[in-house]
Design a protein around this ligand. Structure first.
Ligand code: GLU
Length: 477
């Protein structure tokens, strides 16, 4: 099918084609994001194709990880996902079609013969290239096993005008007649990708630049089939701070590990986007904002360096930017996990959220810092225990009484501060000598949001309850 000029005017169709390998690497997440943004910025379609032909690695769990990761990032496909393994018969059929048309031929070279070619190439220090010994021979008819190889052009060039890499070319002499179907009849990866991209009507292939060399062979295959090749954009891989390709030794590379570490998907998308794509000096983008600006021309050619500090910083930004109700729902599961059950009333946390959200760069820490609003501390950390150990119990009792007498209408942070200041003055002690033990008693720690705000949120009854229990707190450390 020749798509001719229509390809230029119809909306793009792109695909994200991960292999299920157990985790979705951050680099793959970024590839998905760039594809999604490109489609969205042009009113096109974003499709997902699971390249699961390696049966040993493609477990249902690994497939689920891909969808969980995409779902979490907010990058859903516009059509049901395609599973490459289900299309094997179709891949083989296309190879046979090509065979009948003379665009491919049967190769009866044995494993030993191929080994011999490999050895000879090695000895001469050149890459192994099949010597085309069956290209022009009449095929055997005795039922011997054969591979199907493409009849590649012997001369000329393959030129790719890549949206990121610019013009890249290779001489046809450098490519051999690659295998399309192995002797056991199974299709090769190169064949599957081309047939799938063609059948899915893909207009642009946007992927990591580790696939650039594949693009030459794939283009050659498009030619053999008589199909128009898609446009290509090969984006630079993500590197660690040391310049090596981002891998486990640089820290977590699995997308879901960032979710589990309390990173917001908005922050990870924002970060991955900025890693290799820019719009002036704008740093913060929601997906919606980015799609208004995204172009492939904005993708840089240099390798991007992963910087965990910057990701944290953006996460802090997103923690402050999300709507309160939304943020609350994001931390709910974490709170419930810590509390061991559903939380009916999150309103104390909701009231404390404006203060809490300025203090955390990940939502796990945010949830942990919010816990004491929902449950009285069971123990006191070292510092808090020490502070409580130094409290004058008579003064504590009179402070308790004093706070107990404050009218409901006055139970708010500003008024409480004035009242406790007065109390401290009358007792000739510093404000800190009351505020610190109050904090220790309310939170079990020596650090928290401003204490009078904490007292306001907890309410008088709860404050008095925690004051009463303060000396019974076990030491946590
Ligand atoms: N399945 C390949 C990978 O995960 C991607 C192939 C492609 O995008 O063409 O690296």
């Amino acid at each position: 099918m020749n798509q001719g000029k229509t390809q230029d005017i119809r909306p793009p169709r792109v695909r994200f084609a991960p292999s299920p390998t157990g985790a979705l690497h951050l680099g793959s997440a970024r590839t998905a994001l760039f594809n999604w943004l490109f489609a969205r910025s042009q009113g096109g379609d974003f499709l997902v194709r699971v390249e699961d032909t390696d049966r040993a690695r493609s477990t249902p769990e690994a497939v689920r990880v891909i969808f969980d990761s995409l779902e979490w990032l907010g990058l859903r496909g516009d059509e049901p996902a395609v599973f490459q393994s289900e299309r094997r018969a179709e891949h083989a059929r296309r190879a046979h079609e090509l065979l009948e048309r003379g665009g491919a031929y049967k190769c009866f070279a044995t494993a030993d013969e191929l080994d011999e070619m490999r050895r000879a190439a090695k000895a001469e220090g050149r890459p192994m290239r099949y010597d085309r010994r069956w290209r022009d021979k009449p095929p055997k008819t005795d039922g011997s096993p054969f591979a199907v190889r493409v009849r590649a052009p012997l001369e000329g060039e393959i030129v790719i005008r890549d949206h990121v890499q610019g013009e890249v070319r290779v001489r046809c002499e450098e490519l051999d007649d690659m295998v399309l179907l192995r002797a056991d009849g199974s299709p090769t990866y190169m064949l599957s990708v081309v047939v799938d991209d063609h059948d899915m009507d893909i207009t642009h292939v946007i992927r990591g630049d580790d696939h650039l060399t594949n693009a030459f062979r794939q283009t050659l295959l498009y030619r053999a089939f008589g199909w128009e090749a898609p446009e290509f954009a090969h984006i630079p891989l993500i590197h660690g701070a040391d310049g090596a390709k981002l891998s486990k030794r640089h820290g977590a590379v699995s997308t879901l590990a960032y979710r589990d570490a309390g990173i917001l998907p908005e922050a990870l998308c924002n970060y991955l986007l900025r890693l290799g794509w820019g719009k002036g000096d704008m740093e913060e983008f929601s997906l919606d904002e980015a799609r208004a600006h995204f172009t492939l021309a904005g993708v840089g050619r240099g390798a991007a360096r992963f910087d965990a500090r910057k990701l944290s910083h953006l996460n802090g930004y997103w923690i402050r930017r999300l709507e309160s109700a939304d943020l609350l729902e994001r931390i709910r599961p974490r709170l419930e996990e810590m509390l061991g059950g559903a939380v009916a009333d999150l309103s104390p946390v909701a009231r404390a959220l404006p203060e809490l959200r300025t203090r955390s760069e990940d939502i796990n820490a945010l949830a942990a810092s919010a816990l004491f609003y929902l449950r009285a501390p069971r123990n006191a950390d070292n510092k808090a225990a020490k502070i409580l150990g130094e409290v004058d119990s008579a003064r504590w009792t009179s402070l308790e009484k004093f706070l107990g007498g404050i009218a409901d209408a006055d139970w708010h942070a500003e008024r409480l501060e004035i009242e406790v200041r007065d109390f401290a003055e009358r007792a000739a002690v510093s404000l800190g000598s009351l505020a610190q033990p109050l904090r220790a008693a309310m939170t079990g720690t020596a650090v928290s949001p401003p204490i009078f705000g904490v007292l306001e949120v907890l309410g008088r009854d709860e404050v008095l309850r925690r004051m009463g229990a303060a000396f019974g707190l076990e030491s946590a450390d």
